[in-house]
Design a protein around this ligand. Structure first.
Ligand SMILES: Cc1cc2nc3c(=O)[nH]c(=O)nc-3n(C[C@H](O)[C@H](O)[C@H](O)COP(=O)(O)OP(=O)(O)OC[C@H]3O[C@@H](n4cnc5c(N)ncnc54)[C@H](O)[C@@H]3O)c2cc1C
Length: 369
């Protein structure tokens, strides 16, 4: 979850460059991240772009030319952004990139990354396509759901994805075909301008071009900023994991394969699962859903409850009274409050049961220990 930290001068220059290619309404400065995260916490993003389909490649080209790695977000439903905010560029894939196309005959749905899971599930139900019901109540974008391999009630995104379209983002290595360089991309990149200038020309030529056939992640950087397609079986999906977590990409659209089903049964299942959410989850408070991954052989919520931490509070954040697996922002919390609750829970569960709880929520920025 690294992004490039920018100086005030770089921010201004980047804003100027982006404003040439992005509509004013899609480019914001000093934008509070609490407006874009379901936790409703987080400081300001220096630059915040919500591009449409045409603007996105332009934005990426400009950032790449400057060696700037953006933070890409969807609906912000699995993010904890620190109170200091993001002194860099955030790209949000949301309503501007949320078209959904259904091919009823083949059962294929193509959704742009910003489409909400609920909206995709509704379209599927309308077309009598089954298999997406499990995801209808997850409040994320489909791009974020691919990244996280989101799942619920026995279903996972990996069960229904056939292909993912993506554009490499960030400061790509200049040499071609060297997937091994990806590790280098996990550092902050500032100031290797010469490198970038050479790269840019090639990228500008190839940008926007679609890969002719399936390109596996790991061999993509020869094509610079062109659109790539990866088949689902190349994406190393596992519990709350996809290969994209180790890459620098913008997921642009997703192809799903569903099955013909009975529309009433599909709607009934969606209603039933959503009723279960309302009954069990503290949906009345801002959160990011389950805070921790399920440790093998245990349930995070049960461990937290058994550790006596139900309702444990720091400032405005607390372990939910209703579901101990959720940390909620029920009293105007800061991101640090949420973080402090997470760390205390981790320490106590480790101390009492020897089990390591790993956050499912993605932490962005720095927090005080
Ligand atoms: C009330 C509630 C209930 C929830 N229930 C569930 C559940 O049942 N199951 C479950 O799995 N999750 C659940 N979640 C968590 C969350 O909704 C999912 O993880 C969801 O898939 C995140 O999608 P998002 O668009 O909000 O992604 P974000 O939170 O915006 O981002 C998540 C990660 O994906 C990356 N990302 C997002 N979009 C893109 C893109 N287009 N290209 C590249 N990277 C991208 C971000 O950089 C980040 O690393 C719940 C959350 C809440 C608040």
């Amino acid at each position: 979850m690294n992004y490039t930290t920018l100086t005030p001068t770089q921010i201004k220059e980047t804003e100027n460059a982006l404003s040439e290619v992005v509509a004013a309404a899609h480019l914001l400065t000093s934008e509070p991240m609490k407006k874009h995260t379901t936790f409703r916490v987080g400081g300001e993003a220096a630059l915040f772009a919500a591009p449409d389909e045409k603007e996105l490649p332009e934005v990426l080209r400009i950032l790449s030319a400057r060696g700037i790695r953006p933070l890409v977000i969807g609906n912000g439903s699995n993010l904890l952004v620190s109170d200091e905010g993001i002194p860099g560029v955030v790209i949000k894939l949301g309503d501007e990139l949320s078209a959904i196309t259904v091919d009823e005959e083949s059962g294929t749905i193509t959704a742009q990354a910003g489409a909400r899971l609920g909206a995709v599930a509704r379209k599927a139900a309308e077309a009598s396509l089954a298999g997406m019901e499990f995801a209808s109540g997850i409040p994320g974008s489909i791009g974020g759901a691919v990244m996280m391999n989101a799942g619920a009630y026995g279903g996972e995104m990996k069960d229904i994805i056939t292909a993912v379209n993506f554009i490499p983002a960030g400061n790509l290595p200049a040499a071609s075909g060297n997937a091994g360089h990806r590790g280098e991309n996990t550092e902050h990149h500032e100031g290797n301008t010469e490198h970038r200038a050479e790269d840019t020309e090639h990228r500008a030529k190839t940008a926007g071009r679609r890969a002719e056939d399936t390109t596996m992640p790991g061999t993509y950087d020869t094509e610079g900023l062109s659109l790539h397609t990866a088949r689902a079986d190349a994406l190393s999906f596992s519990y709350r994991h996809s290969i994209f977590m180790e890459m620098d990409v913008v997921i642009t659209s997703v192809v799903l394969q569903l099955e013909r089903g009975d529309p009433e049964a599909i709607s009934a299942k969606m209603k039933e699962l959503n009723a279960r959410r309302i009954e069990k989850q503290p949906l009345e408070y801002p959160s990011a859903g389950s805070t921790f991954k399920r440790p093998e052989g245990y349930f995070a919520g049960k461990l937290i409850e058994d550790a006596g931490l139900r309702g444990y509070r720091v400032g405005g954040a607390a372990v939910s009274q209703k579901h101990c697996g959720f940390v909620v922002n029920d009293r105007n919390a800061t991101a640090q409050d949420v973080y402090d609750v997470i760390r205390h829970v981790q320490r106590e569960v480790k101390k009492q049961f020897g089990v390591t709880l790993e956050p499912e929520v993605r932490l962005i920025g720095t927090f005080r220990e």
